[in-house]
Design a protein around this ligand. Structure first.
Ligand code: ATP
Length: 483
């Protein structure tokens, strides 16, 4: 069954993801990517770079530092406002995100009262609340609903004694240099995006790109999440893949940025469906309602994935207007405006930001590939990654140990171009099953008869069919299927 625990167990057994510091009993909700996991993560990242950087003329890549001047985070609003609503259960001293407790409450109330409209009517009547987006409610309103609706502590399902809802800043702090006082305080970046904004003038100058163009970046981000969980869905250390797409502002091309926003929704969808081969019915698009939008945002859409615990955000696509460049211009007192050689105008570009968590996308890809098939000996697992996504592309199995030299020759032939698994022990059937569980799309068997005739037999993971392929065409045969 595709529940989270099965995936966590498989991820550990097959070397996708391990509990961090396990020999020291782990660190809550921190994870390491094992041999297969690191390859899978690299593949997803490289495919994203291939589609959004390599195949475009209007785009560049950046790798900014994790530790930045603290003024960056003052200008971006993170020091003052990057916080979640925190609430404690006084009985157990456990801490929760109030908005998440309230989202679950709304789902429960919907099944109890029959519709979301009925829930809204009740909340309007009792708490003067006008939408079902807890994130947008005041802290007082969030607290009033938690207490008024007698929301239980989700860990023990007992009545809770809630404190007031308070603001909790998610920034990880550390010190730079030899002193540990507030003047040396710096932050671990909570997103990669700001590294792009502060480098905007550098990129314009050095790359000679013209608006519209974009900058992409992959890297680690850190958030001191109140309730990390659901395996690698929400962790305190994670990786993001972010793009800042700089386009003409409203004053120069009215409405154009909204067209770009729509185009980005399509581009992200195409990447998920066509490049990663994610199942369409497991995805949905959710446009933010007006009172859910940040004050500076002209439009925001979340692409959500159907995780075993429910729909969860995978990719956020936000039209951030000129908010970030304007904020950095104010704080740094530097001119960040752009001179447009086509219109001879100077302006601050608007920005569309498609931001996806690499590690969250990894989880969606792994879940989506998971399949179980029933056999006479019971059920067994097959990971049906698209060949271009699979961590290992080919397995090479000499049929008997005596053919190890020939098997090695096939391995060497393929290994400069592809990630190849080599295994010469055990029954071939068992080796096939192991390869299926690792998600390897093609298994090559080397036997005397075919080898001497200049060929090998390839078994396809998904159909179980076998095909004879000439050795001198093998590299091209695999290449055509993994691109
Ligand atoms: P959430 O509402 O889930 O906390 P968010 O709206 O704060 O997410 P963004 O700031 O928009 O998220 O970050 C962009 C992307 O980064 C998200 O869509 C998600 O894929 C990923 N992401 C954010 N926080 C985490 C986390 N703690 N662990 C893993 N991935 C994350």
């Amino acid at each position: 069954m595709k529940d989270m625990q099965t995936i966590v167990n498989l991820a550990k057994a097959r070397g996708f993801v391990y509990q961090w510091s396990e020999i020291y009993w782990g660190l809550a909700n921190a994870w390491d990517y094992g041999p297969l996991g690191s390859l899978l993560k690299e593949n997803i990242k490289n495919l994203w770079i291939r589609e959004f950087v390599q195949k475009r003329t209007d785009m560049t890549l950046l790798d900014a530092a994790i530790l930045m001047n603290p003024s960056v985070w003052i200008a971006s609003g993170h020091v003052g406002g990057f916080s979640d609503p925190l609430v404690d259960d006084k009985k157990t001293k456990e801490r929760f995100r109030a908005d998440k407790l309230l989202e679950n409450l709304i789902d429960e109330k919907e099944s109890e009262l029959g519709s979301r409209d009925a829930v809204l009517t009740r909340f309007q009547w009792l708490y003067a609340i006008n939408n079902l987006i807890p994130e947008s409610w005041t802290f007082e309103q969030q607290g009033a609903v938690l207490i008024g609706e007698k929301v239980k502590n989700p860990n023990n399902n007992e009545e809770a004694d809630w404190t007031e809802v308070k603001k909790f800043n998610l920034m990880f702090r550390t010190f730079q240099g030899v002193t540990e006082d507030s003047s040396a305080t710096i932050y671990m970046r909570p997103e990669t995006a700001q590294g792009i904004f502060v480098n905007f003038p550098n990129i314009v100058r050095s790359s000679r790109k013209k608006v519209p163009f974009w900058v992409a970046q992959v890297g680690k981000a850190f958030r001191n999440e109140i309730t990390p969980g659901n395996f690698i869905f929400r962790t305190r250390e994670f990786e993001q893949m972010e793009i800042e797409f700089f386009c003409e502002p409203e004053s120069v091309a009215p409405g154009k940025h909204l067209e770009w926003h729509a185009a980005w929704k399509d581009a992200c969808k195409k990447f998920l469906l066509e490049t990663l081969s994610i199942t369409e019915s497991n995805l949905r698009f959710r446009d933010h309602e007006k009172d859910e939008l940040s004050f500076y945002s002209a439009a925001t859409t979340d692409i959500e994935y159907k995780f075993p615990f429910g729909w969860g955000e995978l990719w956020g696509i936000a039209d951030r207007t000129d908010h970030d460049l304007k904020a950095h211009m104010g704080e740094s007192k530097q001119d960040l405006s752009y001179f447009d050689p086509y219109t001879n105008q100077k302006y601050l570009p608007y920005v569309i930001e498609p931001s996806v968590g690499l590690t969250r996308l990894f989880l969606a890809t792994l879940l989506d590939a998971y399949d179980e098939i029933e056999t006479e000996e019971g059920s067994r697992i097959v990971l049906r990654f698209h060949p271009r996504v699979a961590p290992i592309k080919v397995a090479v199995f000499p049929i008997v140990k005596k053919l190890a030299e020939q098997g090695r020759a096939i391995f060497d032939l393929l290994a400069s171009d592809f990630q190849v698994e080599y295994d010469e022990t055990g029954a071939v059937g068992k080796r096939y099953y192991r390869a299926d569980e690792m998600g390897i799309p093609f298994s090559i068997v080397v036997d005397d008869e075919h080898y001497n005739a200049g060929s090998v037999t390839v078994r396809h993971r998904d159909s179980g069919e076998q095909e004879v392929v000439r050795i001198d065409e093998l590299v091209e045969w695999v290449r055509a299927r993994v691109r």
